[in-house]
Design a protein around this ligand. Structure first.
Ligand code: MC0
Length: 142
């Protein structure tokens, strides 16, 4: 684990949530995309000077998506905690070796072309843990 990449919050309405976080907390939306495979519309918000972990707003893009199911069951709120890793396959293998269930056999596409996998929340203290291998690591992009 290299650090916290982002914290993900499930919301019903992405545009309304972006406006709320801007008005209430002064957060700036720095990236938006739709991830068809995950069934989400997402926005990344910079916190403070934008050098630290981001806040990710996740809205359902279709009714059978993981976010739609989460909203139905739990309502809006914290959905995931994502860690930056250098190598998502190596990190997943290490966690599997410690007995945790990874949701995917091979990494999938995450925000901005990152490679991602998840640890099942029942194996991680009730928290959906995401592993994120960015396209370029923060110290390589400056
Ligand atoms: C479900 N549970 C959670 C949870 N989701 N606990 C904590 N945090 C969550 N987010 C709990 C339920 O309350 C239930 O507990 C138990 O897990 C149900 O487990 P299940 O039946 O195996 O699973 P489902 O059908 O509820 O699905 C949960 C699961 C799913 C995590 C497997 O949401 C999933 O595949 N997530 C990974 C993909 C994802 O989240 N995509 C959206 C973000 P009880 O005690 O009632 O049994 S996309 C994203 O994040 C990308 C764009 C990115 O950042 O790059």
């Amino acid at each position: 684990m290299l650090g916290i990449d982002h914290v993900g919050i499930a919301v019903a309405d992405l545009d309304a949530a972006i406006a709320f976080y801007a008005d209430a907390f002064g957060m700036r939306c720095v990236h938006q995309e739709t991830n068809e495979e995950q069934g989400v519309r997402e926005a990344m918000l910079a916190v403070g000077d934008g050098t630290g972990p981001r806040l990710q707003l996740l809205a359902p893009a279709r009714p059978d998506s993981a976010i739609a199911k989460f909203l139905d069951r739990s309502g809006p709120g914290l959905q995931q905690l994502a860690y930056t890793v250098a190598d998502v396959e190596a990190a997943a293998d290490a966690l599997r070796a410690r007995g945790m269930r990874l949701l995917y056999d091979t990494p999938r596409r995450g925000t901005a072309g990152s490679r991602i996998n998840f640890v099942h929340p029942k194996d991680a203290g009730g928290v959906l843990v995401e592993l994120v291998e960015p396209v370029s690591l923060p110290d390589e992009s400056s």
